[in-house]
Write a protein that binds this ligand. Sequence first.
Ligand SMILES: Nc1ncnc2c1ncn2[C@@H]1O[C@H](COP(=O)(O)OP(=O)(O)OP(=O)(O)O)[C@@H](O)[C@H]1O
Length: 225
Amino acid sequence: MSDDRISVRNLVKSYPTAEGTVEVLRGIDLDIMTGERLAIVGASGAGKSTLMHILGGLDRPTDGRVCYSGQNIWALPEAGIDSFRNRTIGFVFQFHQLLPEFTALENVMMPMLVGGSGRREARENAERLLREVGLGHRLGHKPGQLSGGEQQRVAIARALVMEPKVLLADEPTGNLDSTTSESVWRLLEQVHERYQLTMIIVTHSETLAGRMDRIVRMADGRILP
Ligand SMILES: Nc1ncnc2c1ncn2[C@@H]1O[C@H](COP(=O)(O)OP(=O)(O)OP(=O)(O)O)[C@@H](O)[C@H]1O
């Protein structure tokens, strides 16, 4: 089966706290088609980031399933989840989370080196991607020597270097001014078209969400009908 559809069933996430159990996700059901561009919107605290983290294999649900091509990733052993995540998912966060002491090129090479690729192959791929995102002239710059928009472009190149099938972006332009945000958003759209990725983006912007194929609205740990 080469169907990469994502299907989420009865996803629940709760945390025990001193004041009792906090229910952050209260039974999420969601199907995301291969190649779809999905926006997730909702008020602060609705559970959007939590859902993204569970979809991406970063945070374990309390209950429920997240199936990629019919395989529930949360039924895999820990090493299986790590390997699934490295092979399948690219992440872009609001705060790029680049390593400050490494250059743009090294930051983009990093996932390949960690995954066991040789330096030469990692370097070639990272250079190609940095050129694609318009940063061929900034390979040797460290994050602190780049603008916010450039840093986010490096983060997008890094998210793509392992050739993921799914790109998860949590407020990727939330920290940028409107012009820079527009150019990063356009880059995400180009990337989607070029690589035929499934793309799930959390955003507070209704305008940006409206450019996606579908909008899912969350409130209080549920998806609104
Ligand atoms: N470790 C934790 N323990 C208890 N509650 C938590 C924990 N982590 C998150 N929460 C709660 O889960 C809820 C949802 O958080 P989440 O970050 O998923 O929301 P969000 O919709 O992404 O919000 P925002 O738009 O502000 O980023 C929040 O009310 C938060 O306080």
